[in-house]
Each structure stands twice: as C-alpha cells, then as structure tokens.
Write a protein that binds this ligand. Sequence first.
Ligand code: DGL
Length: 272
Amino acid sequence: MTSSPIASTPRILVFDSGVGGLSIVHEIQKKLPFAPLIYASDNAFFPYGTKGEAELITRVDAVLHKIIAAHPIDIIVIACNTASTLTLPHIRDNFPQPVVGVVPAIKPAAAHSKSQVIGLLATPATVARPYTHALIREHAPNAEVISVGSSELVELAEHKLRGGEVKPEQLHTILQPFFLHSRIAEMDALVLACTHFPLLRNELAAQFLPQVQLIDSGEAIARRVASLLEPHHFIAQTPEHWAVFTKASSAVNALSPQLVQFGIHRINIIEV
Ligand code: DGL
C-alpha cells in the first residue's frame, strides 16, 4: 500500500501484547516529549510468545485495524519482538501508515562484545524464529549466542508493573540455562529481546556479572520514529495520551497508577 500523508500533529501507536511496549514508550517520550501516543495492549490475547504463527498474524492484523478505526494514528510501532519478527511484512503490506518494528538488538550486541559470547533473552517464540536466526547469521556470525526463551519472565514484568514484588530467586531460576552454560563467564553482552524485559533491567542486571552489558532496541526505535516524523512539529504542550486494551480486567485497573507515570490518563477498552 502507499503511504498516507502525516497529520500536522502526528499520533503514534505503540502496540504490544501487554505492558512491554511501555519500555518503548519511555524511549519515545525522551525523544518526543510532546508527541501524543496511543498505547495499545492486546491483553485479551496475551501472551504472544506462546501463540502459533498463523493465528498471531491474523490476530495482530485484526487488532490493529480495530484500534486504528477508533483512534486515527499516523505511525505504527510494533513494540513487540515476538510480533515484529513474524508479522512485519504483512503489516507493512496491509496498512498505509509507516510501520516501525522492534527486533532483537543482535547487531549492537555483537559490536559491543569483545568475547563474542552473547546472551539472547526473549520469548520462546522469538528465540525460535527464523528471523532471529537470520539476524545472528548476518550480524554475529562468529559469536557464541546463548539463547534463553521465557514466558515466565514476561509474566513477572507484568506482575511488577501491577505493583507486585519480583524476587531475585525467581529470576535466578528462570535464568538458570545461562548459568549452566560452559561459556557464561565470558559473556559480556545480553540482548533483552522482549520489550517486557527492560522493565526488569535493574533486577536482571543484578543477576549477571558487572561486565555484562544489557542491550535492547528501545533507543534505536525512538530514533527511528523521530526521524520518520522529522518534518513535523509538535505543539509544546502536555500531550493527551491514551491506553487501549482489548479486554477489561482487574489487571488493567491495577496498571492505572503505572500508566499515569507515563502521562497516560485515559483508557479505552476495545474488545477484539
Ligand atoms: N513484549 C513482547 C516481546 O517483545 C512479547 C511478550 C508476550 O509473550 O506476549 O516479545
């Protein structure tokens, strides 16, 4: 499809299965503090990391169409590695807006790593995707990549943002496959390849040796969004942000105080 012209005050859609996209919102807000955002969480179909590929492509397409019909937007950010590594070509073909995807930060990790022993922490789906394997082949062909896929960690990030406690022992158990790897002592870069995981950055950093740099795609995505919107000026006033969920639930209510931290005061439920 051809691109449609961008409105004078562009609105940015940031889309994820759950709260993970808020780590991308954080980076976008640092770069574009006056940009109005629609934060959309497909909480009715959460988590994405355990879903089949065909059903996920159909789902993301349907949810995006329904949300955009209610909230006109000018640029789509798929703030989810699990969705981006699968659905990007389809979304780009089916929506007129520019689409920015979030994919595992293998390239900067390989550039940073002196030892060429790199960790990859993602959902089980992202770890298994051919797209991820292609990124590794292209950008880290000589590296040992220790991959761990965890949906439990995604749940823990959700739990934290609802005000819950995250215990170091819980993280230690999830991260055990790293610690059992024969080359773990050499690892000096860890790719946080799920947008939920930067929300646990400090807790995760505490589990690894200080030499391990935690790397995610958030800042690069914010830069890309800013460059796509470059010719447009935002009015220097507090923007009105919205959060959209695909299902009403007590978890959404519990999340409200966190959303306020991101300047999001309005919530819409659009059932899909
Ligand atoms: N936040 C998502 C990602 O970046 C996925 C979490 C889920 O499994 O739903 O991969």
